[in-house]
Design a protein around this ligand. Structure first.
Ligand SMILES: O=C(O)CCC(=O)C(=O)O
Length: 281
């Protein structure tokens, strides 16, 4: 089984039971990720999808050539796009940025003073021909100076905005330990992940729209080509352990003032009092 189903009571109360919370935390520690299936209301996810497509499509038309062929050997031929989101409704809804199923987990793994540091999307668009190279979303902190595994520093939270199937470009993950290597394994000069991954066990993240995927940012994974005729977007947020930070997410003061205490705390080091940023890839 890839994902966990939350109970009707957990969904109604917006609170994980003590057992689910503990299981989820242990799963992230040993397996690198946990997936809660269909945890956001369908109507909210459909609204997010519709708004997102209205944002993505004109942006894509304007920037088609650079997006499709960035020339970096990473997204060339994949039809994958990473788009930063403007900090406005419906994207900055509390259920997205401070979802209680997520905050309970990130608080325990990263500390209650953790931060929300990234507000974007990854979309596998129709027509991709090749998968991305297998990669982790982090780099080595100490290189060869510290050949030991480090504590979790960042958790990535993905919300798929459509049902993800074999056919529409599921993210593929190499679980079970690819986040537990010594720090220097996440450096650019580490042994080729794509080469090793070919001989390792992987899992496709098939999940209903509105699921919540929480993963250690070191877990090896890749985007795969979308063979359907509809975008497959994942919202992608990063929660990070507290530390020195120069904020990047632009949040108007009025928007910030209306956030819950928890969301304000998560975003306290971002660019508060700045206008909403235009979408960019
Ligand atoms: O959303 C996905 O399919 C994964 C994309 C990805 O890993 C990336 O763009 O770095």
């Amino acid at each position: 089984m890839v994902g966990m189903k939350l109970s009707a009571e957990e969904l109604k109360n917006g609170k994980l039971s003590a057992e689910t919370l503990e299981l989820a935390i242990q799963l992230i520690k040993v397996n690198g990720y946990v997936l809660f299936e269909e945890a956001l209301p369908r109507a909210q996810v459909e609204n997010l999808y519709d708004s997102y497509v209205d944002l993505l499509d004109p942006y894509f038309e304007k920037n088609r050539e650079v997006i499709l062929n960035p020339g970096n050997g990473f997204n060339d031929g994949t039809n994958h796009v990473r788009l930063y989101l403007p900090f406005e409704k419906p994207y900055c809804d509390e259920a997205v940025i401070a979802n209680p199923f997520v905050t309970e987990i990130v608080d325990q793994l990263l500390g209650e003073d953790c931060l929300l540091t990234y507000f974007a999307t990854n979309t596998s668009m129709p027509g991709g021909k090749v998968p991305q190279p297998v990669h982790s979303d982090t780099s080595s902190r100490y290189g060869d100076r510290h050949p030991a595994n480090l504590p979790i520093a960042n958790l990535i939270v993905n919300y798929p905005l459509v049902d993800v199937t074999e056919n529409n470009g599921p993210m593929e993950i190499w679980p079970g330990g690819t986040h537990l290597h010594p720090d220097n394994w996440y450096a650019k000069n580490a042994f080729s992940k794509p080469k090793l991954a070919e001989h390792m066990h992987s899992v496709k993240m098939l999940m209903p729209a509105g699921s919540i995927l929480i993963r250690d940012d070191r877990v090896w994974h890749r985007g795969t080509p979308n063979k359907s005729d509809k975008h497959r977007p994942n919202i992608a947020l990063i929660y990070s352990a507290n530390g020195p930070r120069t904020g990047t997410i632009q949040i108007p003061q009025e928007t910030y003032d209306q956030l819950s205490d928890k969301a304000q705390q998560l975003l306290r080091k971002e660019l508060i009092g700045y206008p909403v940023a235009e979408p960019k890839h």
